[in-house]
Design a protein around this ligand. Structure first.
Ligand code: NAP
Length: 325
């Protein structure tokens, strides 16, 4: 089969003819139709991820076919028995277990779920990891409820875009931040009420004026922006974060947090039951994940560059169409 193999850190994945994957106990082989990128894939090619092993096939998101049915794949392996936290040996799909940037994948049968019928292949490839991460952060860790005022940082991000769509479908009043007026305007088309540009000095004052205070924050950036947002939390507010693009969080004020009974909750990926719940919600609300672009699998390096430059709006997808012709 053909696969994009990453041979060494610092290189780009290369289209390579490799052996078909071997199935282990409980696994099946899925013929992949499309896969999507996550920032993790960029970090691994750059050596900015723990325990990198090469050669490897990256890719955590995939849609494919099993026994004639269209399926999507749970993007994590070995979550374990607890709902509140993953097991110590939990893995994100795609390094060390070979991932979805290939024609075929061997994967536990339990990781294979029916694909929501309203989605195109590209849309179906686009949502598993971002959707699952966003679902757990928003619904489980931040306990978002209808009519909550929800702030989603970095509106252009893959996870952030899914959080926006989930929160809007839940009936929340959703606000965003972004580095780009165009991305804020696009978020409005998804149903958000407004947004601020986090590169401008007065963004936090503007957000305060716009919202009057926040019930929920879902953040992927960290950094000083997170501390600023904590000051806008209403009593009983919940701040969930799944990423740290801007690094450590300085200047958090404990007095504000304890007096207002604010919850700060780290969040990572999600359990199989959360994945099933998210799939049901996406189907029920006919959510269409936002796809930035679709390229042939061999053009994965260009998609990685686009993500690294932060140029995307929604998910970058690669398709396996035409590969085995
Ligand atoms: N814990 C988990 O399970 C999990 C899962 C997935 C991802 N992550 C992590 O979450 C982060 C985002 O992942 P992704 O795949 O969504 O990446 P992505 O699509 O590349 O999005 C990153 C976004 O970060 C935003 N950003 C940058 N600086 C910011 C700042 N100062 N304030 C607010 N937003 C800022 C940008 O938003 P604009 O373009 O709108 O400016 C950018 O679009 C990464 O660090 C990733 O490793 C964690």
């Amino acid at each position: 089969m053909k696969a994009m193999v990453l041979n060494a850190v610092g290189e780009k994945p290369v289209l390579t003819e490799v052996d078909l994957p071997q199935v282990k106990d409980g696994e099946v082989i899925v013929k992949l139709k499309a896969a999507a990128l996550n920032h993790r894939d960029v970090y691994i090619t750059q050596g900015l991820y723990p325990a990198i092993k090469t050669p490897t096939i990256l890719g955590s998101d995939g849609v494919g076919e099993l026994d004639g049915a269209r399926v999507v794949l749970l993007p994590g392996l070995k979550w374990g028995d607890r709902e509140d936290v993953q097991a110590l040996d939990y893995e994100v799909l795609g390094m060390p277990h070979d991932g979805t940037f290939a024609e075929y994948i061997a994967i536990p049968k339990a990781s294979v779920y029916p694909c929501p019928v309203h989605l195109s292949d590209a849309e179906a490839a686009a949502f598993p990891l971002a959707g699952l991460t966003g679902w757990r952060a928003l619904m489980t860790r931040a306990s978002a409820k209808t009519s909550d005022t929800v702030m989603v940082t970095g509106a252009g991000g893959g996870v952030a875009t899914m959080v926006i769509q989930l929160a809007v479908a839940l009936g929340c009043d959703v606000y965003v931040s972004s580095s780009s007026a165009e991305k804020i305007a696009f978020a409005k088309t998804l149903g958000t009420k407004g947004g601020v540009n986090y590169t401008e000095d007065n963004w936090i004052a503007e957000l305060k004026e716009m919202t009057g205070g926040l019930d929920v924050v879902v953040d992927g950036a960290g950094g000083e922006g997170f501390s600023k947002l904590s000051k806008l939390m209403k009593p009983g507010g919940r701040m969930a974060f799944y990423g740290g693009t801007r690094g450590t969080i300085p200047k958090l004020n404990p007095q504000i947090l304890f007096w207002r009974q604010i919850t700060i909750a780290g969040s990572t990926m999600g359990s199989p039951s959360e994945f099933a719940a998210m799939l049901d919600f996406v189907s029920k609300h006919k959510i269409h994940p936002v796809v930035d672009s679709v390229r042939p699998l061999a053009e994965l390096p260009a998609a990685l560059d686009r993500m690294d430059a932060g140029q995307q709006r929604g998910k970058l997808v690669v398709t396996m169409e035409g590969l085995s012709a």
